[in-house]
Design a protein around this ligand. Structure first.
Ligand code: SF4
Length: 481
């Protein structure tokens, strides 16, 4: 099961956690629209409200009032495969002999099936096909024998893949990031407590201050009553594997991820795009909303470094009431959504050469339709510039890229794609430019979908580094203790 989600957790002094969690989930709504949920603990018992739908639809006043307690976690989810029902909605909550647990997961485990089989073999009954329940069962089993920190460490030593977790164990809230830090997770300070969230925009929404990113391999435990936090560096990988695509597409531009403001990164990527493959045209136009920062950087670069007076224009108007095409589950829905979603302003394109800037081409449906739309409106030329390298391989770590067969660049050259989408020219950003702008070594990023080499050991796929998958039941996780 592959999931791309948003997680949040708060521990507060005196104030109920439900409303801050609710607002935090609103801030993370772009990370998942399929289901939403909150789990809280009031010191005696755990409360949970989870359902399919948008945050605003899932929670009413009454639901929030019933979520008692000063500590809790929340989750928004979008599925890219697996069940489209409540069985995979999160947070996953359960009570074991070792206490109550709530779990919100963003990412995708590579070895969930092995662990599920092992646990099922010793009597654990599973209610979903999701990774999250596997982590919850493993953690609950370890909590019978270990203290909290060692139990989390043991579970981290057994799971392999991408995970940022918000965990509640009774009233204790924890944040965990996988040793390569694939998915984002950050720590914030509120007036009356602390929080963890997938993106710093959720901390801003609660008038908090970003303390820092949760480090790869780190467990952060928020102290009960919101008085502080404790940090445990449980694992350290030689290299990180931050998903570059968070900066390119998924995260909010106003979030700071791993020390970089997403908006600035996108603008810089746009400038690089101009440097690498700039074409002088009458108008530079973003595909809204995700192409906007790239186009701003590209136009800045064009105007600074050439004599041309390139106009930056918002020539495509977006109908805000249509969801993101990227997350529509079927091809037919996606095709319809593009036409519903974007409408060109004729006067900005008629008779002009247009450079259209987008963040990526996945299946190519949107690009083909947009080029056609602009030409139908009288554009003399349409040049397409993409703020990421060609996506040639699927994502196994949590972003919906679909299968290789559906990816336009998987078996086509750039020129073949240009021809297929009927653009006058097409260029992508290079992988090296991405690493340079994000100020990381290539090996500290996950670039799996653009290189076909992954930072995790995935059956049938190549790796870009030496990866050791944990042996299930491996005790070496405590070797350093
Ligand atoms: S494969 Fe691509 S989308 Fe998936 S985690 Fe890696 S960089 Fe991100």
């Amino acid at each position: 099961m592959t999931e791309k989600c948003g997680v949040v957790g708060v521990s507060l002094d005196g104030r109920n956690a439900a409303r801050p969690l609710y607002y935090g989930l609103y801030a993370l709504q772009h990370r998942g629209q399929e289901s939403a949920g909150i789990v809280t603990h009031d010191g005696f018992q755990q409360h949970s409200h989870v359902d399919t739908g948008l945050v605003g639809d899932v929670f009413g006043e009454h639901d929030l009032d019933a979520l008692a307690g000063h500590a809790g976690i929340g989750h928004v989810r979008y599925p890219t495969s697996g069940s489209l029902d409540t069985s995979c909605a999160q947070p996953f909550s359960v009570s074991f002999k070792s206490g109550s647990l709530g779990l919100s997961h963003n990412g995708n485990l590579v070895n969930a099936d092995e662990i599920r089989d092992e646990l099922a073999g010793i009597g654990h009954a599973f209610t979903s096909d999701g990774d999250t329940e596997v982590i919850a069962h493993d953690l609950a089993r370890n909590l019978l024998e270990e203290d909290l920190i060692r139990a989390v460490k043991r579970t981290m030593g057994r799971i392999h893949g991408s995970y940022s977790l918000a965990i509640s164990h009774d009233e204790t809230i924890m944040g965990v990031r996988d040793p390569q830090g694939n998915r984002p997770l950050c720590l914030g300070k509120l007036e009356d407590g602390y929080m963890i969230a997938s993106e710093s925009a959720a901390i801003d929404t609660l008038d908090g201050d970003l303390v820092r990113d949760v480090r790869p391999g780190e467990l952060v435990v928020l102290r009960d009553g919101g008085s502080g936090f404790d940090s445990y560096q449980l694992f350290e990988a030689e290299n990180t594997a931050h998903c570059f695509f968070e900066h390119v597409y998924f995260a909010r531009p106003d979030s700071v991820i791993d020390g970089t403001l997403v908006y600035e990164a996108r603008r810089e990527l746009g400038r690089k795009l101009w440097e690498e493959s700039g074409v002088v045209s009458d108008v530079v136009m973003p595909v809204p909303d995700s192409g906007r920062a790239f186009a701003a950087g590209y136009a800045e670069g064009a105007n600074e470094e050439s004599d041309a007076d390139v106009e930056f224009a918002e020539g495509l108007m977006k109908n805000r009431y249509v969801g993101r095409t990227f997350i529509m589950p079927t091809q037919d829905e996606r095709e319809r959504a593009v036409r519903l979603k974007l409408n060109p302003i004729k006067s900005t394109v008629e008779g002009k050469s247009v450079t259209l800037i987008d963040d990526s081409i996945v299946r190519g449906t949107t690009s083909t339709q947009l080029v056609q739309l602009l030409k139908d409106c009288g554009a003399a030329e349409v040049h397409m510039r993409i703020g990421a390298p060609p996506i040639v391989a699927p994502c196994y770590m949590g972003i919906d890229m679909a299968t290789r067969e559906e990816l336009m660049a998987a078996d086509k050259s750039t020129d073949e794609i240009r021809e297929a989408i009927d653009a006058d020219s097409l260029s992508y950003l290079s992988v090296d430019a991405v690493a340079e702008v994000l100020q990381r070594e290539r090996l500290d990023l996950c670039l799996g979908c653009v290189t076909g080499e992954y930072p995790y050991d995935i059956e049938g796929e190549a790796t870009d580094r030496e990866v050791t998958r944990p042996e299930i039941g491996d005790e070496s996780v405590f070797a350093d203790d």
